[in-house]
Each structure stands twice: as C-alpha cells, then as structure tokens.
Design a protein around this ligand. Structure first.
Ligand SMILES: [Zn+2]
Length: 180
C-alpha cells in the first residue's frame, strides 16, 4: 500500500490500531488552522507543519509510530523583541497505548501516546512534538538591532572582553583594522 508523497493534509483523526496492523505510512501536513496551541506559544506560525509517520509493530508487539515533524515559526528575539524565523524539527518514536498504565509499562525508548477512544487526534499529538522541540528563547545571531544595548549591558565582557562576543569582534573588524 503506497501513499503518494503528498502535500495533502494528514487526517486529523486516526485509528492507530488499524494503521499499525496495516503497517501504514503517512506523509502530509497539519494546516496552521489546526495548531492553536502552537499559535498561542509563538509570535506566528509561518507554515503548515509537515510530518512523516510510519506505523508498525515492534518485535515485542508494541504498537509503534516512528516519524519526523518539521515546521517554521516566528519567535521574538529576546534582545531586541523583533520577530525572527525559527525552524522547528523533531523526531519521535511513539508507543500507542490505551491507558496510562499501559503507557508506564512501555520501554523507555517509546514515548507513550494514549488513544483513549476509537480514534486518536493526530494533529494534537504532532503539535505536542513541535511544542516539545520549540526553543525556549530565541536571539538573533548577527542582525540584532539591539546589539548596541547588548554590548553595553554585558558585564561579563568587562575584563577579558572582545574574545567571546561576536558583536565586539565585528566591531573590531570594521572599526580598527590597524590592530588585531
Ligand atoms: Zn534581535
């Protein structure tokens, strides 16, 4: 059974048990509209989250889902508070279970995902993965408009300065080419 490597939307509700039994593979996207918690956690969600999933039973008979998620969001730089694009990626190895007790019995390498009814909300679980892999804070590398303030406020640079601070190095390169 082959699914075209598609740009189509993933189904929101799945029966993981059936998909495991069929050893199904799914590829597709979760539309931004289905990602409300993510939208609340970031400045903006840049594009649909894409995911690849492979359903299978492992040697111990666990119902597993292995895959990756990719997304792109905008976070606010914590120095200048301007938006900056941040790619988000995650890999996962789920063990699908039907109760918390079953989840606790899973081997460590499987993250329990509980399907507590006939269907699992796939968008919700994929959104969890993106949220888990979201950086806590974001800073511009070089084009930060607040680098002036950063330089002035960085006390640790007081003594042995220049070396560790990329902004200072840049300034040196630009400003005083005579001395290195
Ligand atoms: Zn910045």
């Amino acid at each position: 059974m082959s699914i075209p490597p598609s740009k189509s939307e993933l189904p929101r509700r799945i029966d993981a048990r059936k998909l495991v039994q069929r050893e199904q593979q799914l590829s597709g996207k979760v539309p931004v509209a289905g990602l409300e918690r993510l939208a609340a956690a970031v400045d903006s969600v840049e594009e649909d989250v894409r995911a690849d999933l492979e359903f299978a039973r492992d040697l111990q008979g666990h119902f597993t889902v292995t895959g990756q998620v990719h997304g792109a969001v905008t976070l606010l730089c914590q120095r200048c508070l301007q938006p900056m694009p941040v790619p988000v990626e995650g890999e996962f190895h789920w063990g699908v279970v039907w109760s918390e007790e079953q989840g606790k019995a899973l081997p460590k390498e499987l993250d329990p995902v509980i399907q507590d009814s006939d269907e699992l909300d796939l968008y919700e679980v994929l959104e969890d993965e993106i949220l888990l892999n979201l950086p806590m804070v974001a800073y511009h590398d070089e084009e930060c408009v607040a680098s002036e303030h950063f330089r002035a406020g960085d006390e640790s640079a007081g003594e042995d300065e220049q070396r560790e601070n990329p902004f200072k190095v840049l300034e040196q390169l630009k400003g005083s080419s005579g001395k290195s």
